[in-house]
Design a protein around this ligand. Sequence first.
Ligand code: F6P
Length: 550
Amino acid sequence: MASKDFDIYTDGACSGNPGPGGWAAVIMEGDQAREISGHEEITTNQRMELKAAVEALRQVPPGSKVRLYSDSAYLVNCFNQGWIDRWQKNGWLTGKGQPVENQDLWNELLELNNANTVDWIKVKGHSADRLNQRCDQLARKAIAACQSSTETGKAAPGAEGSGESPGPNAGQVRTGARKDNCKLDKSCPGVRRIGLLTGGGDCPGLNAVIRAVVKGATYNYNIEVVGFNSGFRGLVENNASLIDDFAVSGILNRGGTILGTSNRDNPFDFRPGGSSDYRETNNDRSGDAVENLKRWGIECLVVIGGDGSLLLAHRFSLLGVPIIGIPKTIDNDLPATDVTFGFDSAVTTATDAIDKIHTTAESHHRVMVVEVMGRHAGWIALQAGMAGGGDIILIPEIPFEYQYIVDKIMERNHRGKKFSIIVVAEGAYPAGGDPMYQAKGDVKRLGGISALIAREIENRTDMESRATVLGHLQRGGSPTSYDRVLATRFGIKAVDLFREEKYNEMVCLRGYNIESVPLEKAVAGTKRVDPASDQVRAALAVGTSFGAPI
Ligand code: F6P
């Protein structure tokens, strides 16, 4: 019978040494490909490389011609440089007189090698070879299955011994569900590690960045990503785990952050878990945070955050921690980037709400006041106000006067427009007055200005007025396509900066290009609307009032 020809690609991977390990192979017969994979709970990388080759060769009929491609110099050299012959002659002792490890696998591998004609071919690891890269992915997926089965005490769906066929999300481990059982320090040679956290208020697009960083790092390079849960709290408390590409599968369009976040936790002034008392604690836990980064073997911390989180990141950079910042916030108030991701999604949500408010305002002949977020910058109000055709836009950069608001409403009435839409930023305030806060203990939260304005309009006119606060709706939901793309570009740029070791920078958008700026510039000040900008002029030119004489 004619011998069969196979091209076999193999790879092994481990999450610790010892720790969970995975192996995988792609077996090509002509253009037919078959993938196999599996895992062991306590293993080493070399064992996984051997295991991959043994399991793959078991799949071919004896007498086959096989070209076996592996990125393991150890495996390939053992055959090509006659090491095994020497070990055998030495009674399975190495040149240093030590027993050869994994002898069970070597024995079988030798048998399989002798039963077939095998060419052992060394390939470059991961990105250089598509099928080797595929094996690496499968092996890492197998590790994930191993980790989840260790956690639950039973085999993960689709994993060896589970008796179940792999579903579409087989092997998928969600970050946060897994307390890592792999060793913290790097143990697979050549692997580099990035730490990643999301800090501050959430916004649409955070998951898209996480996905981009993880995929950008693990698909293309030998870089692992450790995710810290719940922002800086996770860094202090070492609540973290490795995130592989399966953990980020299917999250591109999901709002929120799979890592969780916090806009209250400060490692330099750390409050005990669960406490909502935000007074100063004088409890500096930054040392613990730095120690945790070291324990994980992390070379650089990527912080996805707004001004508060990037300020903390900057403080860590001053302690010597290499940092890369990625700007996020619905407020779009960071000075060193043209746009932050999350902003476009928030504006889209607010515009959609204004469109809806429009019809009810028109039906009831009312003045509807829509309050949007943005803190002390009026970007959301300006952009959504313009997109939604707001008649009056009130922003913190232009303190308003009630008389100008009333004048605009009356002018519209005289022209037969018996309703008006006011879009007000939560931080807007009357000239000579102050922004409106809702105090909670020592914490001041912006909010409530729309109700005040609605009441004032009813006092000053004979029209009915209602206030709607959009609040956290603007931070939720699926990111717009613009934000998904921007977030992806930011994430990939962060991986590039890491590879270039260009640290203490924040990625940013300048015109159409993704660039980076020094972190200290990124945290200097707040980007606010310029009342003389062409955007404000355009709004004025179509008849929009800013409630002030400009
Ligand atoms: O910075 C984002 C933001 O949504 C602001 O627009 C808003 O003022 C603030 O966060 C609200 O914070 P919190 O979620 O803590 O109420």
